[in-house]
Design a protein around this ligand. Sequence first.
Ligand SMILES: [Cu+2]
Length: 277
Amino acid sequence: MKKLLFVVVSLLTMIALFACNKDSEYKQIKQDMANMNHNGSSKEKQQVAVQTDWNFKQSPQTNTTNQLTITIKDNKGKPISEFEVNHEKKMHLIVASKDLSKYQHIHPTYKGKGVFTVPVTFTQGGSFQLIADFVPKGQSDTVQMHTVSVKGNTPAPVSLTPDKTLVKTANGNQVSLKIDTQLKANQETMLNFHFEDAKTKQPIQDLQPYLGAVGHVVILNQDATKYLHVHPMDERVKGSNAMFHTTFPSPGVYKVWGEFQRSNKIFIVPFVLEVSK
Ligand SMILES: [Cu+2]
C-alpha cells in the first residue's frame, strides 16, 4: 500500500513539473547584446541572431503621433520576411518610461520584408524603453530593446516603491496578487491573481480571452533592461484565479503588469515587487 502511494505521489509530482515546464515562458534579455542571456522552456528552438533598426520619422516628441518603423534583419543584414503569429500577433511592443510609471502594450502592423510600423504616442518627455517581442519563422521568441529620448515636458522620475498590499482595482475589478513564498531571484515563483467584483466582492468567473489567453503578465526590472513576458499555466480559465509561473533573474525591484479583459474592456493592474537574493 505504501509503495502504491509512493508511485501515485511521484506520478503527480512528475505531472506537476511537466505542466510547469511546458506552459511557462521565460524571457530575459539585457540591452547589451554581448551579455545576452536568453532562457526558455524546454521546447524552445535555437534563437536566431537578429539586427533591428528602430526608426522614427521625426525625432519623437510628446502629444503627437510618432510614426515608428522597426526593421528586423538576420545577422547578415538580410530582412527576415516570415514571422510566427504568437498570441494572435506577429509582434508585441512594450513602450515604458525608464522609471516604469508609463506603460503601453501595442501591436505594430507587419508590412512585409521585415518591416513593422506603428504610431506611438508619448504622454510625457524623457527616456523610454521600447521592447519588441516576436518569433521569426521556425525560431524561438526573440526580444529586442531600444532606448529613445522623447522631447517635451519631462516630470521628475517617479521612484519605484514595493507595494505594501497586493490588491489593486481597475474598471471595477478587484485584483489580488498572491505569492506563496518570499520572492527570491533564480527561484521558480507562482504569481496567483485572484479576481473579485470590486462592489459585490463576488468572485469573477467571466474574464474573456485576451490575445489568446486569460491574461498576460509583463515584468520589467527597475531600469527596464530585463524583460519577462509570462503566460498563464492554464490559458483557458475565466477566473476567479489565474496562475503565472516565472523566475526573476536577479535581486531587485520589479514592476509587474497584469493584463486582462472583462466586459469587452482590457484592464491593466500594476504591482511593484521586491525580489531578494
Ligand atoms: Cu501583445
